[in-house]
Design a protein around this ligand. Structure first.
Ligand SMILES: [Zn+2]
Ligand SMILES: [Zn+2]
Length: 574
């Protein structure tokens, strides 16, 4: 939620880059703020519904005509006009107005897990609390225990959430930071035409970011001129050719100024991690004026190390032996594995999902709607599964050679069992097993639950292994090595969920998984056609872990994939 507010400010100058999710965030924030202020609940609900519908649109609004937008399900002319207004001016008048009446600390509270608008209103009105800091103090003084609608348990969980937020303050998802960085590079080069490139943690494809770094041929004066046009921005010359720029509610921007001659040297020196650079500096030499980064590597008889891999010193050793494998690329993804349709909580029909996948050049779609325990997501009962399979059979006749695979995202129940009987599980081409409920577990409990699911002979893929949501929710605690070892032993594929907020399996574990012989799979977990775009984020994080196409299941061609799941099935005694 924090991002909704942040984007509401930032979009005032990058509105031409607005995505549907960003537009939806504005509507959703408006709805929540109206609830906090106790305004007309019918109106606030309708903004909430608009947000929901915008998020589920089948394509980007920026690619639609006005009549097309107005004709979209759940949009209509009145909402459509507000959206167009927002897209062209970067402002939603009603949202501006309500933000101006709201203390910033109240907006911050929307990030706290389990605190909806109504509860925030109670805290604000009954206790007069207007910031997260005050709220933390009130919890420590046990003042939430007696408050209407709260209790000891909710007080404890509010405190935990505040601790987590404080740890992650100022951090952004890579996807968000990368979009902001790209818009700044574009803006600067449009205005000045000189070279500016992204460097630092964004270039290294870290999953969360608090400083966006750039290497630029611009002068400090030009940067001041450009950023001083933004309300509340400060430009600070740190000396040493470094300029720090702070814009409200944004990650910090750090510019490294470099003339043409030292440009690539600076790019190299600001990209690698400290550890990586320390090792490089002891063993290798920087050429005086390299004209590309490649030249720095060839000068030292090293294989080129992609920015994402410049973390640990050991990679230099591999580069000196020229034994770095070719990293996975987005273009090598051949199938959509893990997707949802209207049958559960997705936004499109199976046919729409399949056609979009085929049009984008994919060879197959693994349809994995939610299972029956996920009642909140309209999970499938055995009767509905049978009906869905009839629909898929017909589609496969119609769309051949493209193929839709019958799958399910089966909940891993509390006791580690999957959500259906073996008879029902046997009807799927493959099964993705995921934890969705009762996420607060001790490591012992979480391990027992997930290990049981891995050992289940029907499990093909372990979905989002830890259930984490970056910057918002820690995953349940797992012994990653034991989980990876078990997946190898039971021939279970480990998902790298590509949603930018999940990126789960974490990249730190990819190398261990590869060493142990695991098969991984970059899966978009798409709930709409636009969800396919998340594959990029999965690839970015997988590259950090050193994943190759050969070890990524979703890079398999249709024939290879068919062969893989058949062999996997044959290998498991059921
Ligand atoms: Zn899931
Ligand atoms: Zn899913």
């Amino acid at each position: 939620m924090v991002t909704a507010y942040l984007f509401s400010i930032f979009l005032r100058f990058i509105h031409s880059f607005m995505t549907n999710d960003q537009v939806a965030d504005q509507f959703s924030l408006l709805s929540k703020l109206m609830d906090i202020h106790g305004e007309n609940s019918f109106k606030s609900k309708s903004y909430g519904i608009s947000a929901f519908n915008i998020e589920k649109l089948p394509k980007e609004i920026s690619e639609m005509s006005a009549p097309e937008l107005f004709s979209m399900k759940g949009i209509g002319e009145s909402t459509g006009k507000k959206i167009l207004d927002l897209m062209s001016t970067g402002r939603l008048a009603a949202l501006d107005e309500i933000i101006s009446k709201t203390p910033p600390g109240i907006l911050d509270m929307l990030q706290i897990k389990g605190l909806g608008p109504k509860k925030i209103a109670v805290i604000w009105q009954e206790l007069g609390i207007e910031s997260i800091g005050e709220l933390e103090y009130a919890c420590q003084e046990n003042r939430l225990i007696t408050l209407k609608g709260f209790g000891a348990k909710s007080q404890e969980s509010v405190l935990q959430s505040i601790t987590y937020i404080k740890q992650n303050q100022g951090y952004f998802l890579w996807a968000e930071a990368n979009a902001i960085a790209a818009s700044i590079v574009a803006g600067l080069s449009q205005t000045y035409g000189l070279n500016t490139l992204v460097t630092g943690a964004v270039r290294r494809q870290m999953d969360t970011i608090n400083v966006i770094e750039f290497v630029s041929e611009l002068t400090g004066h030009q940067l001041s001129e450009y950023f001083n046009k933004i309300d509340g921005a400060t430009v600070d010359d740190l000396g040493n050719d470094e300029i720090k720029i702070l814009v409200p509610a944004q990650p910090e921007f750090l510019f490294h100024l470099a003339g043409t001659k030292s440009f690539y040297k600076t790019l190299f020196l600001t990209t690698g991690s400290d550890e990586f650079l320390a090792e490089f500096n002891t063993r290798y030499q920087l050429p005086e004026h390299p004209t590309s980064e490649e030249e720095i590597f060839t000068h030292n008889k090293l294989q080129f190390i992609p920015p994402a891999r410049r973390e640990l010193p050991a990679i230099l050793e591999q580069a000196s032996r020229h034994s770095l494998p070719e990293l996975i690329q987005k273009s090598s993804i051949k199938g959509i594995i893990h997707s949802h349709s209207k049958w559960s909580d997705g936004m499109s029909t199976i046919e729409e999902m399949a056609l979009a996948a085929r049009d984008q050049g994919f060879e197959y779609l693994v349809l994995s709607d939610h299972s029956q325990a996920a009642f909140y997501a309209n999970g499938l009962t055995p009767d509905r599964i049978a009906a869905q399979h009839i629909e898929i059979d017909a589609l496969n006749v119609k769309l051949a050679p493209f193929r839709v695979f019958k799958s399910i995202e089966a909940d891993i129940l509390n006791d580690g069992n999957l959500d259906y009987s073996p008879q029902v599980l046997a009807t799927f081409d493959l099964v993705i097993a995921s934890v969705h409920s009762n996420l607060k577990m001790s490591e012992e409990k979480a391990m027992a639950r997930v290990m049981a699911a891995i050992a289940n002979p029907y499990t093909s893929i372990l979905g989002h292994p830890t259930g984490r949501l970056l910057l918002s929710r820690k995953g349940y605690p797992l012994d990653h090595k034991a989980i990876i070892d078990a997946c190898v032993a039971h021939n279970v594929v480990i998902e790298i969920n590509a949603h930018p907020r999940r990126l789960d399996l974490d990249w730190h574990w990819v190398e261990y998984a590869l060493e142990k012989g695991a098969m991984l799979s970059i899966d978009p977990d798409a709930h709409s056609i636009t969800g396919y775009n998340d594959i990029l984020y999965g690839v970015m994080t997988a590259q950090k872990g050193g994943l190759t196409a050969g070890r990524n299941l979703s890079s398999f061609s249709l024939a290879e994939f068919e062969h893989f799941i058949q062999t996997q099935k044959d290998g498991k005694k059921k």
